[in-house]
Design a protein around this ligand. Structure first.
Ligand SMILES: [Fe+2]
Ligand SMILES: [Fe+2]
Length: 195
C-alpha cells in the first residue's frame, strides 16, 4: 500500500466511525447551546416559575418599602438626638437594600423582570410604610414590618421546598437577617422602656 492508498483507507475508516460520534457531539452542542439561552433556568427547573417570580416581586416591593421606611426613620431619629438608634435604622435600611438587590438578581436569573415601579409599590409590599410620630412608634412600626417579613419569607420557603433550592437558600439567608433585625428592635424597645 502506497502512501496515498493508506491515507485514503484512514479517511474512509474515520468517516465510517466518525459519523455517529459526530452526531452525538452535535446533539450535545445543541443541548448546551439551548441551555445557555435558558440561562440558569434549565429544563430541570421544578417550581412554577411564574408563581415564584410573582412572589419574588412581592418580596422585592416589601424590601423597597422597608428601605424607605428605615431611611425616613433614620433621618427623623437623627433629628431627635437618638443617634445610636438612628445608626441602627441606617444599617437596617442598607441591609434591606441588599435583600432587594439579591431578589431582583434572582428574578432576572429566572427570566422574569424585577418590578421597581413606584406605582402601586406599597400595595405590592407585604409590610407597610408607617412614619411613626416618635422614637417608640418608629421602632414598633419597624418591628411589625419585620414580623410580617419573617412570616411571609417563612411561607415562601415552605412553598419552595426542594423545587427551587437556589431561591429557597437565598430566602433563608434573608429570613435569618430579618430575625436579627426583629431582635435588635425588641432590645431597643426594652432599653427605651427601662430607661
Ligand atoms: Fe430585608
Ligand atoms: Fe429587616
Amino acid at each position: 500500500m502506497d502512501q496515498m492508498q493508506s491515507a485514503r483507507v484512514a479517511e474512509t475508516h474515520s468517516a465510517g466511525f466518525a459519523q455517529p460520534f459526530l452526531s452525538d457531539i452535535k446533539t450535545l452542542r445543541e443541548r448546551a447551546r439551548k441551555h445557555i439561552e435558558d440561562g440558569a433556568v434549565i429544563a430541570a427547573y421544578r417550581a412554577d416559575r411564574d408563581t415564584v417570580i410573582k412572589l419574588l416581586n412581592e418580596a422585592l416591593a416589601t424590601e423597597l418599602v422597608c428601605v424607605l421606611r428605615y431611611k425616613r426613620h433614620y433621618f427623623m431619629a437623627s433629628g431627635i438626638n437618638a443617634d445610636a438608634i438612628a445608626a441602627e435604622f441606617l444599617v437596617h435600611a442598607n441591609e434591606e437594600q441588599t435583600h432587594a438587590d439579591q431578589i431582583a438578581a434572582r428574578i432576572v436569573q429566572l427570566k422574569g423582570e424585577p418590578n421597581f415601579s413606584p406605582e402601586g409599590l406599597s400595595l405590592r409590599s407585604h409590610a407597610e410604610y408607617v412614619e411613626g410620630d416618635n422614637l417608640i412608634d418608629m421602632i414598633k412600626e419597624n418591628l411589625i414590618a419585620e414580623r410580617i417579613a419573617i412570616d411571609s419569607y417563612g411561607e415562601m420557603i415552605h412553598y419552595l421546598g426542594d423545587k427551587d433550592v437556589t431561591t429557597r437558600r437565598m430566602l433563608e439567608g434573608i429570613l435569618a437577617m430579618e430575625e436579627e433585625h426583629a431582635d435588635d428592635l425588641s432590645s431597643m424597645l426594652e432599653d427605651l422602656r427601662e430607661g
